[in-house]
Every structure is written in C-alpha cells, then in structure tokens.
Design a protein around this ligand. Structure first.
Ligand code: B12
Ligand code: SF4
Length: 500
C-alpha cells in the first residue's frame, strides 16, 4: 500500500508565543513511522491564506485539524469550508470534536472526527481512507455513511505512550523556545510527559476525554527522548504542561532530577507536605500551578467535587512560602449554583492567601460548560442552552470581560468586568509591597464594591506599562516585546518541515 500525505493543522491564538505543537508532533511521528508523510502547519489563527497556500503546495490526501473548545472554533470552521471546497477530506481531532462528535459532523465540511488519542486512529484511518466500507472497523472515529448518516464507532483503547515518543527532528525547536519565568530563563521548553488525571472535578474535560485514566511516559524513556534536544538547543528551563504532573511523584521526580533543569508543573494542593517541598527545592521547581477553584467550602465539596478543601490550599501556600517555588492558583468563578456570597468568599480568600504568602499568583477565569461533564448538566438545568452549531462555541472564552452566564441567579456583570483585574493587581501589589494599591483594593474586596472603578483603571494602566516590574524596566520590556513581535511575524510565513 503506497503511503499517503496528511497535513496536520493547529492554529494558536494571535499574540501568544507558539510552543511545540505536541499533538501534531505525536500524530506526525505515528504517521511517518507507518509509511505515510505528514506535513505540520502550525500558525497564528489570523493567517488562513498562509495555511491554504501551504496545503495546496503539499496536496494532501487528508487534512487533520486540532480543535479545542473556544474562540478558535469559528476560524477552524471557516478554514475547513474553504479547504473542503478545494476537494480535500477533513478530519477534526482533539478535545472539542471528542466532546461534541455529532455536532462536529453536522458541519458539512468535516468528514471525520477522531475521539480520544490520535496516534493509532489516524494511522488506521489513513490506511483505510480509500475504502469507506472499512470505516466501521476503525475504533475511535465518527464519520458519515453514504446516506449522510452520522456513525460514531466504539472508543479505542489507550495507547502505550512510549510506543510513540516524539520524533523531534520534525520541527526546528529554535522557533518554540521562549523567555519565561519573568525572563530569568530565555530558552524554555514546554512539553507533556503524561496524559489525563485520576480526579473527578466536575468541570474538567478530563472526565470525558481521558475518563479519569492517567497514563505516562516511562521516566527513563522520556528523559532519553528529551536529553538530545535539550543539549542541541541549549534549553535552560522546562514547563511541564501535563494536566497533573505529580500523580506519580517518584516518576516525576526521577524525570526532573535526570534533566537537572529548573521547571514548572501542574499539581494538586494535597500533594504538598514538608518532604515534597524539600524535593521541590532540591530539583529547582520554579512554579507549581494548582486548581484552587474557590474559597467556598460548599462549592469545592458539592459543586466542583475537588477532593480537597480550603484548609489544604492554605497549608500548601504556607509551606511554599519562601521556598523558591511560586504557588499559582487557578480560580473558577461563576460555577452553576455559586451564589454571590460564595463568589465574595472566594475574593476574600484570595486576599487571605496573599496575606499568608505574598508571592502567590492567580489565574482567574469564568466557568466553561464542557459537554459531558457533571457541571454542564447542572448549567443546563439552570437554563443554559448549548450552541447548536460547532462554530458557536467560539463565545466560550473564560477570559472575556462580557461573558454570559445564564446559569447564575445573581447579577454577575460587574464581577465579570472587574474581579480578574482586581485579583491580578492585588497579587502584584502584594508581591511588590505597594501599600496604597493593596489597601484600596482590599477595601473593595472587603466591601464588594465595584463603584467608580477609576483606581482599577488607573492601576491597570500603570501595570500595563510595567511601571511595577522591578529590575525589568519599561524600556527593556518594550524592546523585548518588539523583538518577539518581529520573530513571530517572520515565523508566521513558515510551518512544519518548512519551519526548520
Ligand atoms: C499547550 C496547551 C495550549 C496551547 C496550545 C499550543 C499547542 N502547541 O497546541 C495554547 C496556549 C495556545 C492553548 C490555548 C488554548 N487552550 Co489549551 N491546552 C494546552 C495543554 C496544556 C496541553 C496540550 C497538549 O499539548 N497536550 C498533549 C497532546 C499530545 O495531547 P492532546 O492535545 O490531547 O492531543 C492528542 C489527542 O487530543 C488527539 N488529537 C489532537 N489533535 C488532533 C488532531 C487530529 C487531526 C487528530 C486525528 C487527533 C488529534 O491526538 C493527540 C495525540 O494522542 C492542554 C492541557 C493538557 N495537558 O492537555 C490545554 C487544553 C487543551 N487547552 C484548553 C483550552 C480550552 C484552550 C483555550 C480555548 C483556552 C483559552 N480560552 O484561551 C485556547 C484555545 C486555543 C485554540 N487554538 O483554539 C483545554 C481544552 C478543553 C476543551 N474542551 O477543548 C485544555 C484541555 C486545558 C483544560 N484542562 O481545560 N492551549
Ligand atoms: S485535578 Fe485538575 S486536571 Fe485533574 S480532574 Fe481536577 S481539574 Fe482536571
């Protein structure tokens, strides 16, 4: 059987720095290993013309798109329609088509969806691409039969990740190493060493996508895979993007000890004890990101079903104080059934954590109802009407300041507009110890007062021009920003093998 050509496309949001396109790399590795030829196109979402030109140059038999739930959905639909008109076959993979496979296939330009891990499924589909009668025998796909009826096959079993260690020669990593950690490290590599998470948080895509099954690369094998590129590209720090890097502490510590580089990772608060903090220090952990989610005990226990409470959060933040590891907590506002008082409790809890450890950082966003999760059903009970078309999910963006949350019973509009700004300014004011900002914003939080937000605007403006950025002054950072912009502009014209 002659090999086929497959183009794999991922769009990243404009203004973000591209990190290695892991999903595409795993898929391309699997396809190439099985006698096919993969092209990787990884571009900012605002350049469809560039994507089309590269696709036409390669003339693939199949085009794969990697789609998350969120603001790029419309762009993927537009791109798929253009490419479909040019006669290409199109498959969507990643979390979004896995969560809404039927709705995705209702979009006429999408021929197939892949549900779950893609390595073995894309190879199977490519092998049988010219034999529609065999589509029924491909686990993990959805497709349309000859009458246009949507067929969703059984799921595929999880793979052994070590069978598909990334072939790093497929990209020039030079394009994906960026300064991070307040610019202390300049050549930071972002990678994933495990998949899934065994916990049960009721808003998490993991419940559906990974069915709570955690899988991982063997420590020795992933280290052997990474060491050559770390040396070749002089990587100076690592960001582990695993959903929950420390599920197996022994494995995770073996990896970071062998690599010997400073790093950041996602974890859970109850993993943090004195012994663990010692391990973090010894292995140069720069930052641990946790899901704090809420300051309300009821929300954590009943709504999120987090499996931890505020006490554990406080303990982790206390133990990590002055340890060299920054604790960053994700906060989810607007969960179904959350009351205004509970939202307020969370805001006050954030101040409490900053009082304990002034280096704590926060990422605050609004609840997103992912289909298949427990809280999606709860949101529906409370009046949420899911979008009818796949492209309409683009309004689900947890960073939007005008995000609509029909499932809430209280007037959340002011909260949406200002709480993220207040939390980020507060964290900065504690970190840099700026009493005036601290006290004004603390007063706002204590009184839940959003009136006359002149101070919030003013402080945000000052923050934006990096007036408080310590040793990194405004001029330095502006110059750096311009340089990064130029690099990004230059790279936007290139992709995949072409980005070498
Ligand atoms: C890195 C990352 C990003 C990077 C992406 C950079 C990149 N190179 O792709 C950036 C910062 C740009 C990003 C942005 C966003 N992200 Co993000 N991101 C991640 C993160 C941390 C790692 C992704 C990864 O590389 N995983 C490793 C790979 C190997 O696994 P994978 O992606 O699942 O891929 C496998 C399968 O899904 C499948 N597959 C994937 N693509 C395709 C394509 C085809 C054709 C096929 C057949 C199969 C297939 O095969 C792969 C191999 O088995 C995940 C969390 C996580 N740990 O996975 C969140 C995650 C994917 N992101 C998420 C979200 C929501 C977003 C945003 C919408 C957030 C926002 N509002 O800004 C944006 C959307 C950007 C967009 N393009 O639309 C959610 C997705 C949930 C959902 N329902 O879609 C996740 C799961 C985080 C979470 N816990 O909620 N993200
Ligand atoms: S701990 Fe994090 S990754 Fe795991 S289920 Fe909860 S939210 Fe998802």
């Amino acid at each position: 059987m002659p090999g086929k050509k497959i183009t794999l496309i991922s769009l990243y949001p404009e203004k973000t720095m591209p990190i290695p396109p892991s999903a595409l790399l795993y898929l391309a590795t699997a396809l190439n290993k099985n006698g096919h030829e993969a092209q990787i196109i990884y571009k900012a979402a605002d350049d469809p013309a560039g994507v089309i030109k590269e696709v036409d140059g390669f003339k693939p038999d199949l085009i794969g798109m990697s789609v998350f739930t969120g603001f790029c959905n419309k762009k993927y639909v537009e791109l798929s329609r253009i490419l479909k008109e040019r006669g290409y076959k199109i498959v969507w993979g990643n979390a979004h088509p896995a969560l809404v496979p039927r709705q995705t296939l209702n979009e006429p330009s999408v021929d197939f969806v892949v549900i779950g891990e893609g390595e073995e499924t894309i190879v199977d589909l490519t092998n049988k691409l010219d034999a529609p009668a065999q589509y029924y025998s491909i686990p993990g796909i959805g497709f349309k039969d000859q009458n246009g009826k949507i067929i969703i096959n059984d799921k595929r079993n999880f793979i052994d990740m070590d069978d598909y260690l990334i072939d790093w020669t497929l990209v020039n990593l030079e394009n994906y190493l960026f300064p991070y950690f307040s610019n202390r490290y300049k050549r930071v590599l972002s990678i994933v060493t495990s998949r899934g998470c065994p916990f049960n948080c009721q808003f998490c895509y993991n419940l559906v996508f990974n069915t709570r099954r955690w899988r991982a690369h063997d420590a020795e094998k992933i280290v052997a895979n990474l060491q050559p590129i770390i040396e070749k590209y002089k990587v100076d720090a690592i960001r582990f993007l695993d959903d929950n890097f420390f599920v197996d502490k022994k494995r995770a510590l073996a990896i970071v000890r062998s690599l010997g580089l400073p790093y950041s990772a996602d974890s859970r608060v109850e993993y943090v004890d004195e012994e663990f903090v010692k391990n973090l220090k010894e292995t140069k952990c720069l930052e641990l990101t946790f899901g704090f989610e809420s300051g309300s005990e009821r929300v954590l226990r009943e709504v999120v079903q987090k499996g931890t409470g505020t006490e554990k959060i406080i303990k982790a933040v206390t133990l990590l104080k002055n340890s060299g590891t920054i604790a960053t907590g994700g906060i989810v506002f607007g969960l179904p059934s959350e009351t205004k008082e509970e939202y307020w409790e969370t805001m006050k809890f954030i101040v409490r954590l900053l009082e304990i450890n002034r280096d704590v950082a926060f990422t605050c966003g609004w609840f997103l109802p992912y289909p298949g999760t427990g809280l999606y059903e709860k949101a529906k009970e409370k009046g949420f009407i899911p979008p009818e078309k796949v492209e309409d999910w683009d309004q689900f963006d947890r960073w939007r300041d005008d995000y609509e949350m029909i499932w809430l019973d209280w007037d959340y509009k002011q909260a949406v507009k200002y709480s993220r700004k207040i939390v980020h300014l507060l964290a900065l004011a504690y970190k840099r110890n700026i009493p005036i900002i601290k006290n004004i914003l603390k007063w706002r939080v204590e009184h839940l007062n959003f009136y006359w937000p002149i101070d919030i605007y003013l402080f945000s403006k000052l923050r934006n021009i990096y007036l408080f950025s310590g040793n990194n002054n405004f001029i330095n950072r502006t110059v750096k920003k311009i340089i990064i912009k130029i690099i990004l502009l230059k790279r936007n014209g290139q992709s995949g093998k072409n980005i070498k």
